[in-house]
Design a protein around this ligand. Structure first.
Ligand SMILES: C[S@@+](CC[C@H](N)C(=O)[O-])C[C@H]1O[C@@H](n2cnc3c(N)ncnc32)[C@H](O)[C@@H]1O
Length: 510
């Protein structure tokens, strides 16, 4: 218990140091040296994850080549029992941080060097756990012949020559290779940009050819978990061992390392040919298109975002009580929750036959003209203004604010949010729409492309056949294109639905 207290106190002390030391530097100085410390929670998460990957019970020999004040070392002490830590070492070039860190950790077994890691003769094959948030120093800040020296040193250490545009963090990765024991595990907190930009090509080759890539986690920029400078970061895990001919790499996105929002296994063979690894984990892996995707037949659009459904969508009786002019309303389907059927029939006017039909206000006439000719609607608009509807983001960006985007009725619409554990086993439903009702953005609307529209014109019964075909698509095929959120909620974006392969439709357009 006492030991736990000591470690916690030490972490608090370290954070105090870190804050005070950072405050003595300008942002520009810290940028040039890549001095942005890892938050305690993230360091702990990374070490806890490491604990699950390193072989059970193995003695740990830890290295952090860009030590700072020791966020990872501190987390190591909190994660592994002292009896398992056989060695721990670090390098920190800047005395501003190295000095206080040496003092802070003086009574521990840590072997901390106040030195430039890029100039070290590697202590080969010693360390079996390398954790690092390397300095993110852009290549143009590596000057005076340093770039060529570091490039040559990292190529010697890992066997891959990084581009002249690669930042210092790439060279840290390459240089560290020589320090690791065969079978050792590395976890790198690095900018995710290497997955998408040209200079990252050599980094990706290193990860695929020189080690066995295990896992890449990207944080979701929309989830503000850590400092801004970390939101586009990735945690890259690998084991130093010759990679097998083909194997799967885990890509995760969002949430936390151990509890991500999205997870996908991607074969290394796919990564070799995919220029943008940032597609994963969200995007589906395509191994050569075997069947035509839905996008060959349909243009897929999300339904209308009205800006305020409770204001713009009314029942027939609300319209008649308020004496609103019916010509400014068009039928709209209720949300999937209130639409259990998979086929919507129509009356002779194209209105959907539903228990509670709904109508969307969509008008292009100016308020002045409405005031003169349709005072009831004008009053309703004033009510909307009072309710703040006109000030809503979407409404403000429309002219007039009570007009809607053009989203004609689609013959087939699809629900795109659902759970896979339903009795039907089908999280998404295709609905055959005979009416002229449009949909809101809780549906995806499928508009036939000209080639398919011609088929429909010739043979009206073809719509039904296609709709039946779509409802026969295996749930797994659709789930594989989409994404899954915590709690098993599946979602398909328009582009993801467009990617769903439909072999049964292949012969249709011949
Ligand atoms: C992004 S910080 C991470 C610090 C710490 N490991 C953490 O996670 O909080 C990178 C550290 O590497 C240090 N550094 C930069 N260049 C270095 C070099 N050539 N050799 C050793 N350390 C270096 C910086 O001074 C900085 O403290």
């Amino acid at each position: 218990m006492k030991a736990v207290h000591q470690v916690l106190n030490r972490e608090q002390q370290r954070l105090d140091f870190q804050g005070a030391l950072d405050a003595l530097k300008t942002q520009d100085e810290r940028n040039r040296m890549g001095q942005f410390a890892t938050p305690t929670a993230l360091a702990l998460e990374i070490l806890s994850f490491a604990e699950k990957i390193v072989p059970h019970g193995e003695q740990i020999r830890f290295l952090d080549p860009g030590f700072g004040t020791g966020a990872f070392y501190s987390a190591l002490l909190r994660t592994f029992p002292a009896s398992r830590i056989a060695a721990a070492a670090g390098f920190e070039v800047d005395p501003h941080y190295a000095g206080p860190a040496l003092e802070l950790w003086a009574d521990t077994e840590l072997d901390l060097h106040m030195a430039d890691f890029t100039r070290q003769q590697p202590l080969e094959g010693v360390f079996n756990l390398l954790i690092c948030n390397p300095p993110y120093v852009r290549h143009h800040h590596i000057v005076n012949g340093e770039k060529a020296r570091i490039q040559a040193a990292s190529a010697r250490a890992c066997g891959v020559q990084f581009s002249g545009l690669a930042g210092l963090y790439c060279h840290f990765l390459g240089l560290s290779h020589a320090w690791m024991v065969e079978g050792g595990v590395a976890g790198w907190l690095i900018p995710g940009e290497f997955m998408a930009v040209n200079y990252g090509g050599a980094v990706k080759r290193y990860l695929l050819d020189k080690v066995r890539l295990l896992h890449i986690h990207r944080f979701d920029p929309d989830e503000v978990q850590f400092d801004d400078c970390l939101v586009s970061s990735a945690v890259v895990w690998f084991r130093k061992e010759a990679p097998p001919a083909d194997y799967n790499v885990q890509f995760t996105f969002g949430g936390t390392l151990s509890n991500p929002k999205i997870c996908r296994m991607v074969p290394a063979s796919v990564l070799r040919v995919e220029p943008k690894w940032t597609r994963f984990a969200q995007a589906q892996v395509h191994t050569g298109q075997e069947a035509p995707p839905l996008s060959d037949f349909f243009t897929i659009k999300r339904g209308l975002a009205t800006g305020d459904n409770s204001y713009f969508i009314l029942t027939a009786s609300q319209i008649s009580v308020r004496k609103l002019p019916f010509q400014f309303f068009k039928p709209i389907l209720p949300s999937p929750r209130y639409l259990p059927q998979t086929e919507v029939m129509s009356d002779e006017n194209g209105n959907p036959i539903l228990n509670y039909p709904l109508y969307l206000l969509d008008c292009n006439i100016s308020e002045i003209a409405l005031k003169n000719h349709y005072p009831a609607l004008w009053s309703y608009l004033q009510e909307g203004r009072e309710r703040g509807v006109a000030k809503r983001y979407l409404c403000q960006h429309r002219s007039p604010w009570y007009s809607q985007e053009n989203r004609p009725a689609a013959p087939i619409v699809c629900t795109y949010l659902g759970r896979s554990n339903l009795k039907s086993g089908r999280p998404f439903r295709f609905i055959l729409n005979h009416s002229r009702a449009t949909v809101t953005n809780v549906y995806l609307a499928l508009y036939p492309k000209p080639n398919l529209a011609r088929v429909f014109a010739k043979d009206p019964s073809a719509v039904r056949k296609i709709w039946e075909t779509l409802n026969r698509i295996q749930p797994q095929t659709m789930l594989a294109e989409g994404r899954v959120y915590g709690g098993g909620l599946h979602k398909l974006e328009p582009r993801e639905l467009a990617n769903v392969p439909v072999p049964e439709l292949a012969g249709l357009l011949c």
